[in-house]
Write a protein that binds this ligand. Sequence first.
Ligand SMILES: *Cc1c(COP(=O)(O)O)cnc(C)c1O
Length: 385
Amino acid sequence: MKSLKQYRKATVLVHQGEDRDPATGAAAIPIYQASTYHHSGGAPGNFDYARSGNPSRQQVEDAIALLEGGVRGFAYASGMAAIGSALSLLRSGDHLIAPDDLYGGTYRYLTMILPEQGIEVSLVDQTDPQRVEDAIRPNTRAILLETPSNPLFKVTDIRVMVEIAKRHGLLTLIDNTFMTPLLQRPLQLGVDVVIHSATKFLGGHSDLLAGLSTTADPELAKRLKRFQNGFGAVLGPFDSFLLARGIKTLQVRLAAAEKNAQLLAGRLKDHPAVADVYYPGLPEARGRKVHFAQATGSGAVLSFTLKEKEGVAPLLQRVRLPIIAPSLGGVETILTHCWSMSHAAIPAETKQQMGIGENLLRISAGIEDVEDLWEDLSEGLRDTG
Ligand SMILES: *Cc1c(COP(=O)(O)O)cnc(C)c1O
């Protein structure tokens, strides 16, 4: 029989790890709401205690490994738990190089928590490989990547980063949340650990928090497993079930959302109130060539700046359809004011330096009818600019 690995991605999404419950034949893996498992005759079976493993969680861990091409997957209670757990590969005294334009929560972790644990962090513009080379010190251990970046869609060349890392014996880790395994598969480009906030596209319905990671290296997998079990920030059975359910429709959701994002990006670019639009799908996007050498799509998130920051408040008051919130990747359109929401953790001055102004907005396109979305946004932008 064909192993699931041999099928194409849309098929893997639907069939995941186990395509039916081995115990009962159920079409969906049930919510195994149990903390421990009977050791028949005193010997453990496949599962012994739920922190170490649970069939509902196993399903999404297998799914991410299959989708990214890893040897095993790990599911956590949130994307940040996945990132923090992956960074447990570093030790006190190590130095980490990370992007200077990155998810606000990761910024907080790297600048406030890791240094307290004795890990030094340099935030550098990774779109310039020379700056990354220059930042390498004798104690540098790893490079963390996020491309395209959030919210400015700066593109880092993954292959070049892997080449630099290998030359210096460094680990590479990437936050692949924006692209999903359908559009970008970093393990195939030589990255060591891939991380997702599954809260976003993989879950897809704004109804759960989850994080996933995977690696193609069996040794790293062992260390990640040890930390996952030891630290215990695992994904619970119910959220695992929701995530497995969300993953099944990722391909159709993402295709519809990406189409909407492309249309909205094009129209926003021509709108008189709008100064700039950041979206890899636009012909003039910075780093577009590099992006499409490592990814097969533009994704469903875009950012734009208003000519006048005074236009932000009326826009947020007038729009009816988008949920105004810090998140992305749901079936519903999400409008984010990065300054006060997703990147609130970053000091104002630093945000300015990063190019995140008060006039910057981010849209995660949902799968609504795009004409309704556009009418709504146009109404919100009326008389501004
Ligand atoms: C949301 C997000 C995270 C954090 O994930 P949580 O599930 O909220 O903990 C990390 N990276 C990126 C790119 C994100 O969008």
